[in-house]
Design a binder for this molecule. Sequence first.
Ligand code: OGA
Ligand code: NI
Length: 365
Amino acid sequence: MNCLLSWPEPVVRVQSLSESGISAIPARYIKPPSDRPSWNNTAAATKNFEATRINIPIINLQNLFSDDQSLCEETLGLISHACREWGFFQVVNHGVSHELMRRAREVWREFFLLPIEAKQEYANSPSTYEGYGSRLGVEKGAILDWSDYFFLHYMPQSLRKESKWPALPPSCRKLIREYGDEVVKLCGRLMKVLSINLGLGEEYLQNAFGGDNIGACLRVNFYPKCPQPDLTLGLSPHSDPGGLTLLLPDENVSGLQVRKFNEWVTVDPAPNAFIVNMGDQIQVVSNAIYKSVDHRVIVNSAKDRVSLALFYNPKSDLPIEPAKELVTEDRPALYPPMTFDEYRLYIRTKGPCGKAQVESLKSPR
Ligand code: OGA
Ligand code: NI
């Protein structure tokens, strides 16, 4: 795959465009009208959502450990509903230290605010995506998103190369380890809850993903201020290709939007919450009982935005297929077995393209 060894055209850091003080964004970032943030955002639809103050469900995870059995069951039910109906929810009282969350976000914000030259030594290539990047996909002439990012492998240990993580700020690597360990633990707990809710053994999903050999990657997104936020997107619509995603959003600026009833709902982050969403591999293993859901990010002209997305993924060379227990005569297997390595090549080549990929995999019938 030679095409994945280098970028098809010179890389432009969105941060440098933003800082250059331009008042009009380059054509490369201008989306066709139907993809722009305000499109389809008719006054009526906006009003409707505002009137009902629609937001993704917020779940108090502590209730799962309550002595009150009915509260525990009710919480499992809320999570089940969120997984089926939204593919997205927020968790509070999740056990990860709020101070650690704050420090992790802060250290990454400081990293992105370093001068561009300090970050260039981490410049990534499309062969692994590891490092400092400014685009997804290698299609020449593609319309680009208004964001820079840093991508790194956290698990398995064999792929963890701390020398590729930022050496500055000096506490960055240590914080990545502390944060990574805690969030990976939380993902493990959520995998159990999802397994139970699917009527599978508690360890089913974790085992299907490779037990202790699961993968975990961190992508830290930086969305610089944008002079024309109505013409572009920080991140185009996509579903996450992996298993579960735990997102730590910016505490000051919203931007994440989730597709619901064919409208885009802006997520209103709860204080100290993580945003959880199902990736395509959970859709495959659950035989589409749970669905990965399209989401995108809008930008604004007033403030930069930072978010940390931890992707909890199957071991990359393991065939992933619908759980036998969820395949019946009435509901045959919707997807053929495929490894995550094969799967992810597609998004890495084409860039974010909504849910086209997981849908295209459906077994012919
Ligand atoms: C992602 C993602 C959302 C955000 O990184 O896959 O969807 O709010 N991020 O940055
Ligand atoms: Ni995403």
